[in-house]
Write a protein that binds this ligand. Structure first.
Ligand code: NAD
Ligand code: ZN
Length: 249
């Protein structure tokens, strides 16, 4: 049952995370000053055309990011969201977590269900047969696919510019069933993820932004917390769990 603000019943929370939630784990964000795209040219690294033209350079970029990820640890923000997932489930509620991140820090923090709309760095996909396999070691342009045996076609299982994100149907369905939409650590610059807050608003769903500073979409949120995710997210989660289902946005 849904009551409108200021006192609203919240059973199903929909959280969208971005690079900002992993920044304090030592993984670079993309669009901040000094971020990954300030150092590397995305058109040379994160497009299907770049992989066709220069697979060695693309593999080397993702190999380096994979090794960084394997050395990183979840931070208090990832762990707080895993607590929220468990706490909502205990009171017959639900958390839908959609992440734009390709890291596995939500999973390592104990989160049970994570929808990776931009894919996963610790997986590789065969361009010949589409089989997906776990990968932790560096990928080379000569590696054979374990499923079909074709060599040279393994690519990072991530969504590149110009490709369609994963899980869009289930994301839309879960969003429409949510009572609260929360965006954490995302700049609101990459679509379709950046369009979710507008879709939530049009459906009458309360919205909250948790970010270091106001994002491009800040005006679309009903409530906001600004600061480091390792502090703001645990504080918000503690409030949600303390107030029970009748919390504000
Ligand atoms: P982005 O780099 O565009 O924006 C990051 C946002 O996080 C910014 O608004 C910034 O102010 C905020 N931020 C930075 N440090 C923060 C902190 N300590 N606490 C809270 N917020 C903080 O990232 P985005 O919006 O996720 O962009 C989307 C694209 O970036 C996606 O395609 C995603 O796949 C990719 N990406 C993923 C990772 C990862 O997997 N860890 C890392 C970098 C980029
Ligand atoms: Zn194959």
């Amino acid at each position: 049952m849904l009551y409108h603000s200021p006192m609203q019943r919240i059973d199903h929370v929909f959280v969208l995370t971005g690079a900002g939630i992993s920044a304090e784990s030592g993984l670079g964000t993309f669009r901040d000053v000094g971020g990954i795209w300030a150092t590397f040219d995305p058109s040379r690294l994160a497009t299907p055309e770049a992989f066709a033209r220069d697979p060695e350079t693309v593999q080397a970029f993702y190999n380096a990011r994979r090794q960084n990820l394997l050395a990183a640890e979840p931070n208090p923000a990832h762990r707080a969201l895993a607590r929220l997932e468990a706490g909502l489930a205990e009171r017959s509620g639900r958390l839908t977590l959609v992440t734009q991140n390709i890291d596995d820090l939500h999973e390592r923090a104990g989160h049970r269900e994570v929808l990776h709309m931009h894919g996963e760095l610790l997986k590789a996909r065969c361009t010949a047969c589409e089989a997906v396999a776990e990968v932790r070691a560096d990928l080379t342009t000569a590696d054979p696919c374990g499923a079909c045996g074709c060599a040279g076609g393994l690519r990072p299982h991530v969504v590149w510019f110009g490709e369609i994100p994963f899980h869009l149907d289930v994301i839309e369905e879960r969003l429409m069933a949510a009572d609260l939409f929360v965006a954490i650590g995302t700049s609101g610059a990459v679509y379709p993820a950046a369009g979710l807050v507008g879709a939530a608003r049009r459906a009458g769903i309360a919205t909250r932004e948790i970010n270091l500073e106001p994002s491009d979409n800040a005006h679309l949120f009903d409530a906001a917390d600004y600061g480091r995710a390792s502090e703001t997210v645990p504080r918000w989660v503690d409030g949600m769990l303390r107030h029970g289902p009748c919390a504000g946005p």
